[in-house]
Ligand binder design. Structure first.
Ligand code: 3UK
Length: 544
């Protein structure tokens, strides 16, 4: 399938609504946050769309969704798309200043959030330097939303004393009609905006068009993975990642399959296991750390019934071969590792069921082409490690407000991935690290520069360097080398204190797992830290 096979006027709400003719009463969503049929989701999305229009939201306006994975997330998303808006899925795990940056840079007009996240939103609004001039309305899902809106007349209800009015979600959509005609969007109009972290810690805004969602569902979801109508998908990657958005909503609904949503933390392994047992998905999307964490549970196969699974998917970072074999031996199910990115919307190199090479990312997905080149841009022979470039019709066009970085990344038809790869004689691609110092920890970006900056905020740290070091199963975690400040003893307690300090000052997954004290850091003549020296010195570490 190619983009040109879609109608010129195409709105990706079709991915939800094509199900109305064939299976309106079928369960579209299941899970602890509630069940919905396709008809119910479509109706709720229409109400959201009407309510957004009443607020003045028009084509291309951004609507931020800062919610746990839930039916409301799905309704907010498709309601936004249907009126021609752009859904900005926001990572719930970020700090207030990161939230503020994203809402401001992304020019969100409306923010749909949850009562449980209201304190985070209040902190974000407070920490926004210069305020959030584009944000006009906050909608709050959940009980605290109702409480908040009940206290004061709806149009005057400020969230935590701030000047942005807030409304309760159910009241907001309750008064709306359940019918709505879709905006006649062009298939190349933008419909999603996601922020992906960068080396300097400044997130990059990435827009995707309606066509990208439909195409990647066909190319990878159906073409490579083989999703079917009778599948039940469950993604432990959240909806605010395009990995989770594809796995939980876009791909299953493209084929009329249903999905399970988990509003809880993906890192809560026992809770994730109980969802697998209770809602019995057939396809499970996770990051390598998630699989490793499950395998580390005592008696995984004997204690938990995972018999509903027919396939598992891994993305976000490379899946070590031992984790693949461990999972296969324990559950009998294959993990399909594939590399995707926010820039390409989803997976573009992938293993295929029954043809997996454990430890490799697989082969190019139909519709995508790869080049592996040296520093001068020349193609390298088979087997040699080089820089991976990818071409495909689901590629984004630019980074929002970041022209210099855009020109270095979006090279005409080709996208610079920042990944090192080699391809073997049989055409399988093997990940060989990043070209920058960025780390993927649990499938999520961590900038060593950001962790270093945080550590330097502690009085005991004179100088430090953070690099990725493999743990006992081969998964990368941040490790810090620290030159202690005069008067501070390099003890185990101080190491623990620094780790805890990082865990509190940033999202906890970014904290170093190990701290090693040194008298000085290895440097080049020009004073740059020689990170590869530290990486080489580290070897494998215990699991943390
Ligand atoms: C790394 C992998 C080795 C790689 C993503 C599936 O991870 C996703 O998107 P991001 O924008 O990061 C992209 C970068 O992550 N990576 C992802 N998958 C793998 N490295 N093996 C893998 N299987 O460095 C890549 O450039 O956060 C993954 C679908 C949608 C996504 N957005």
């Amino acid at each position: 399938m190619r983009a040109a096979d879609l109608p010129l006027r195409y709105n990706a709400v079709e991915i939800l609504e094509h199900n109305l003719a064939e299976r309106a009463g079928k369960r579209a969503l299941d899970g602890p946050a509630g069940e919905r049929t396709f008809a119910e989701v479509a109706e709720e999305a229409n109400r959201v769309g009407n309510a957004l229009q009443e607020l003045g939201v028009r084509a291309e306006d951004r609507v931020a969704i800062l919610l746990p994975d839930s039916p409301e997330w799905a309704a907010a998303f498709f309601g936004t798309l249907k009126v021609g808006g752009v859904a900005l899925g926001v990572n719930t795990l970020l700090t207030p200043s990161e939230h503020a940056y994203i809402l401001r840079d992304g020019k969100a007009r409306v923010l749909i959030t949850d009562g449980s996240l209201a304190p985070a939103v209040a902190a974000a609004l407070e920490s926004a330097a210069g305020g959030l001039p584009d944000l006009e309305q906050v909608i709050v899902v959940g009980d605290s939303g109702r409480a908040l809106a009940d206290e004061v007349p709806a149009d005057e209800a400020p969230l935590a004393g701030l000047s942005v009015p807030s409304l309760d979600y159910s009241g907001w959509i309750g008064a709306q009609r359940a019918e709505l005609a879709p905006a006649a969007t062009h298939r190349e109009d933008f419909c999603t905006l996601n922020y992906s972290s960068g080396t300097t810690g400044t997130p990059k805004g990435i827009l995707h068009a309606h066509k990208d969602l439909a195409l990647s569902a066909r190319l990878w979801g159906v073409g490579a993975l083989g999703l079917r109508e009778d599948d039940v998908a469950f993604s432990n990657a959240k909806l605010f990642f395009t990995y989770g958005l594809g796995g939980s909503l876009i791909f299953p609904w493209t084929v009329g399959a249903s999905a399970v949503l988990n509003p809880g933390a993906g890192r809560d392994t026992p809770a994730v296991l109980s969802i697998l047992e209770r809602y019995r998905p057939t396809i499970f999307f996770n990051a390598p750390t998630g699989y490793a964490a499950m395998l580390a549970m005592p008696d995984l196969a004997r204690e938990h019934d995972l018999s509903s699974l027919r396939l598992c998917v891994s993305a976000g970072e490379a899946l070590p071969a031992p984790v693949w074999h461990g999972w296969k031996e324990t559950t009998g199910v294959e993990i399909i590792d594939g590399i995707g990115s926010t820039e390409l919307f989803h997976i573009f190199i992938s293993n295929r069921p029954g043809k997996v090479r454990p430890g490799s990312s697989g082969t190019p997905v139909d519709g995508y082409a790869m080049r592996i080149v040296d520093e001068a841009g020349e193609a390298l022979p088979t087997g040699e490690i080089g820089n991976l470039l990818v071409r495909g019709e689901t590629a984004a066009l630019f980074y929002l407000h970041q022209e210099a970085l855009t020109r270095r990344t979006f090279l005409g038809e080709w996208v610079w991935t920042g990944d090192k790869y080699r391809v073997d004689e049989e055409g399988y691609y093997w990940h060989a690290g990043r070209t920058d110092d960025m780390l993927k920890v649990g499938g999520i970006w961590v900038s060593p520069v950001e962790v270093e900056g945080t550590l330097l905020g502690h009085p005991a740290v004179t100088e430090c360097a953070v690099v990725g070091v493999p743990d006992s199963v081969g998964l990368i975690k941040p490790k810090a080398w620290v030159v202690p400040a005069p008067g501070f003893e390099p003890t185990g307690e101080l190491a623990e204190e620094l780790i805890a300090y990082c865990g509190e000052s940033m999202a906890a997954y970014k904290r170093p797992r190990w701290v090693e004290f040194v008298e000085e850091l290895p440097k080049t003549a020009t004073g740059k830290i020689r990170r590869f020296k530290l990486r080489d010195a580290a070897g494998a570490h215990s699991r943390r």
